[in-house]
Design a protein around this ligand. Structure first.
Ligand SMILES: *Cc1c(COP(=O)(O)O)cnc(C)c1O
Length: 360
């Protein structure tokens, strides 16, 4: 049976990226040696590194005054590397979920943290609005897409201070104005690749701005030496995840870039949200204006709660994979990242309709 992968992360990747990865394991760049077995100092790999940085710059319109590099450690490591590199005295955080909360917790090791607003009161089902960004903080940290709760900040915020964004789960899903951000980071495993590589985009003048003495690996300057051609190569980079990310970004480019991704994503999300709103068995959990294009959260409607386990089984029998909601929200979550085909969303919608008909 055909499977429809709605996993929240790691998650579905473009087929052609998987095929290219399989081939590269056998033979990388016509060297007769597999990618898992080569030195990261070979010219073929250095070319991939240069091209993947170039693809990021091209797809997101990243200006030259920004550094772009790739690390290990996941977004969670950036939770402390961001304040280590950027926080002098105080940082401001928007608390839109547990990832945002975890990020703020790490910043407290480096200075004062102000939680500007939080939506914890309603299980993070909305994005707080009408808050004031303190101008005496070194930066304002946001999480643009809240993977667990299915909420998303749809616009690039105008911030009077340096804006830092965890874009782990919506990077490359829509155009962003990079110049509005001081820094953008995230784990690759939700929209741009497999687990094991973290992307960092940071305005060059911010590197070293905390004036703190840093361990070599924590210091962003280490990973983007101006004088060197090879970035992200201070130590052995996560070669294979970077290669799959490279193939994934080539796919994004071939399909027309982030504008085209955005169009596809809006279509897919509308299909699913329309069905949730129409179907008498289900109800969405996120505030409508803040609904994520990437993670669609829904639960059984009032009075239909007893059907939850049955729908899970039914959906599974139709090939749906990974639709169980996070334990803090319950119900269901369909993650419909860039590489999730529209056919999968259509199959889920059909499955929901069929389930409703069975209980009429
Ligand atoms: C998954 C996720 C993280 C954690 O990423 P890791 O790479 O596993 O550390 C952080 N922030 C957001 C928004 C996420 O979705």
């Amino acid at each position: 049976m055909q499977k429809h992968n709605f996993n929240a992360g790691p998650c579905v990747l473009p087929k052609q990226a998987i095929e290219a990865a399989i081939e590269a394991i056998r033979d990388f760049d016509n060297t007769g040696i597999g990618i898992l077995e080569i030195s990261h100092r070979t010219p073929g790999w250095e070319r991939v590194m240069a091209e993947v940085e170039q693809l990021w710059r091209e797809l997101l319109n990243i200006p030259d005054n920004y550094a772009v590099f790739f690390l290990g450690g996941g977004a969670s490591t950036q939770f402390f590397e961001v304040p280590a590199n950027l926080l002098k005295t105080k940082a401001a955080y928007l608390q839109t979920g547990v990832w945002a909360k975890k990020a703020a917790k790490e910043a407290k090791y480096y200075g004062e943290v102000e939680i500007v607003a939080s939506s914890e009161d309603k299980t993070y089902s909305y994005i707080p609005k009408g808050y004031t960004i303190p101008t005496d903080a070194d930066y304002f940290h946001i999480t643009t897409n809240n993977t667990i709760y299915g909420t998303e900040i749809h616009e690039d915020i105008d911030s009077p201070i340096t804006l830092v964004a965890d874009m782990s789960s919506d990077i490359m899903s829509r155009p962003v104005d990079v110049t509005k951000y001081g820094m953008i980071y995230g784990g690759a495993q939700k929209n741009v690749g497999p687990a094991g590589v973290t992307f960092v985009i940071v305005r060059k003048d911010l590197i070293g701005s905390s004036e703190r003495k840093l361990q070599t690996m924590v210091d962003y300057a280490t990973h983007f030496p101006e004088e060197q051609r090879n970035h992200s190569m201070f130590n052995t980079p996560p070669v294979f995840p970077i290669f799959v990310m490279y193939q994934t970004l080539k796919w994004v480019k071939e399909l027309g870039g982030v504008e085209a991704m955005y169009k596809r994503n809006v279509e897919k999300a509308e299909l699913l949200y329309n069905e949730i709103d129409r179907n008498s068995m289900f109800v969405g959990t996120a505030a409508k204006e803040d609904r994520s294009l990437m993670n669609v959260c829904f639960v059984m409607a009032e009075g239909k709660e007893q059907y939850e386990a049955e729908f899970m089984e039914f959906a599974k029998s139709k090939g749906m994979v990974g639709i169980k909601g996070h334990r803090s929200v319950g119900g269901f979550r369909a993650s419909i990242y860039n590489a999730c085909p529209k056919e999968s969303v259509e199959a889920l919608v059909a499955c929901m309709q069929e389930f409703e008909n069975l209980h009429k």
